[in-house]
Design a protein around this ligand. Sequence first.
Ligand SMILES: [Zn+2]
Ligand SMILES: [Zn+2]
Ligand SMILES: [Zn+2]
Ligand SMILES: [Zn+2]
Length: 321
Amino acid sequence: MDVDSIECVSSSDGIDDEVSAHLLHHPFSKPHHHALASCGGGGGAAPASATSVHELLECPVCTNSMYPPIHQCHNGHTLCSTCKSRVHNRCPTCRQELGDIRCLALEKVAESLELPCKYCPLGCPEIFPYYSKLKHEAQCNFRPYNCPYAGSECSFVGDIPYLVTHLRDDHKVDMHSGCTFNHRYVKSNPREVENATWMLTVFNCFGQYFCLHFEAFQLGMAPVYMAFLRFMGDENDARNYTYSLEVGGSGRKLIWEGTPRSIRDSHRKVRDSHDGLIIQRNMALFFSGGERKELKLRVTGRIWKEQQNPESGVCIPNLCS
Ligand SMILES: [Zn+2]
Ligand SMILES: [Zn+2]
Ligand SMILES: [Zn+2]
Ligand SMILES: [Zn+2]
């Protein structure tokens, strides 16, 4: 993290300390590539013979399910199109030249099947015909989350408890319990905004996790600081919460109140939609007091649970007009 010059002092009221209990649960420590057949279950859609059909449709090279186009060699060995593009025209099974033969029979079988969502092992009960399954999986609520660590090319995916552990252990992110917070961001040379200085803190309250981002960046020509909260969970659940951020000094203050965005929305997307507390650098230095040489921002905040109102919060800024 690019924050060696920012120091963060935090205090928060401890409300619950269930973190460690959640952290013991690691359903994503192993990839689940073989789960389709064992995860049928729903409404009798998978007949008894389905397991062997699923086995036929498992790519012998990568073990993922094969989707049309399905390829085969002259000897009839099948493989998926992803693997075909990787094997340099050699059948991985018999080493013969692969050519360009489609396995239409298997493609027809594949299209006729109804399959459980591939996130079935994570709890999704849905069953779909082949093509709508792909569409669903891109949007499935049970799909794993990407690591919310901003600005990194981190490729970690997993469920929330797993990501919390990952943020703490691998990114050394600060963890706090409680629904109120009081952070001080200190930077000795606030002119260096161009380096995209930022930091992330994770809060545990209401048995959920929230990420607080604080970042310096250029907004057009203007150097600004921005703070916002993301909910570690999906968008529907995020709407149950509201948060406020407050920053000030010298008799002035700015207050932001909003709904946390889901970590399904990337850090960059939230930032670019300006969905958070934005402080112009001049104002930030004014809040810092002193001789405007040093940034000393005290950001206080609170997270609370909103009364459920199905009419509200459906529209996300910059995503609909
Ligand atoms: Zn394959
Ligand atoms: Zn072959
Ligand atoms: Zn699903
Ligand atoms: Zn990560």
